[in-house]
Ligand binder design. Sequence first.
Ligand code: CP3
Length: 352
Amino acid sequence: MSAMDKPENPAVADSAFLKACRREPVPHTPVWFMRQAGRSLPEYLKVREGIPMLESCMRPELVTEITLQPVRRHGVDAAIYFSDIVVPLKAIGLDLDIKPGVGPVVEQPIRSRADLERLRDLTPEDVSYVTEAIRMLTAELGSTPLIGFAGAPFTLASYLVEGGPSKNHEHTKALMYGDPQLWADLLDRLADITAAFLKVQIEAGASAVQLFDSWVGALAPADYRRSVLPASRKVFEAVAPYDVPRIHFGVGTGELLGLMGEAGADVVGVDWRVPLDEAVRRVGPGKALQGNLDPAVLFSTREAVESKAREVLDAASGLEGHIFNLGHGVLPTTDPGALTALTEYVHEQTAR
Ligand code: CP3
């Protein structure tokens, strides 16, 4: 048996989530929520008390507990591994931190050829706690699939070049337009690190992987094609031999959906700005779609949530594979009860 041919739990392989990723008939539309782990759950806040975010990502027992919490509470069809997109960058020694209410902050931004030297390869030993946590998790999850994830090269580059979260990505774009060769080399390095990080998660037992290119919607299609697509494609190609579904997601990507389809994922995540029946035309054939309820809708009445969720299901009714999700992550002050009710609603409406 080759390393890429691990024994698979048949109940996981037959789960609604993995069937939908493969565009096979499903017993009900599977549901999970980006950023379902962490955020507002009281049981999350309790176990995280006094433990900084990045440190909590390195404690396998804590990671296992936090990853399981939304599965227990909402009955979602997949778990997402509790970590952060900057964990592999921290693991290769970059001086960065996650500031509560702010996000990732990098002490010395990466802007020159010399800075690039600080991005060394990631080895499985750098993230042994990930392997350990995923082994513990898959034992606990039973028939529920685990989604591994990583940040996409553009979104990681944006944090590294800006030094922190950014609205306009001015330093990032300055580098991308001003020194295209350095930019290409930076994204290529990040693609290798990202691919290595996803491989660790798959080898340890993740059943699917999602590449988060959260901020790539800041780019026009021609720039995406020239300056981002080759690196994201490299990541998808690197993990293709494992034959686990690969999901590709970004925000504000209406104009990029076709190109994101070209990058090679099996499932494309769509934000709430493009209805799924239109998104499927843009993405092109042969791919499942994931999405796309506006996360802010969850602050409205139960009737409004159900009517907006119904709209998503109606737009998805002609798709070959649909995974119900939000159009972006759960917002921090979302009422957990609204997520449980929404999960039940989608299951009940789509039971076949
Ligand atoms: O989906 C999940 O629930 C799994 C865990 C997860 C986290 N971050 C935990 C986290 C995932 C998948 C992420 C991905 C992530 N991180 C993305 C892509 C998804 C997206 O929302 O677009 C991005 C852009 C980041 C970078 C990042 N890390 C941000 C913007 C923040 C939020 C800052 C804040 O406090 O609002 C973080 C920190 C972070 N990542 C927290 C959690 C639970 C909060 C940290 C804390 O509690 O101090």
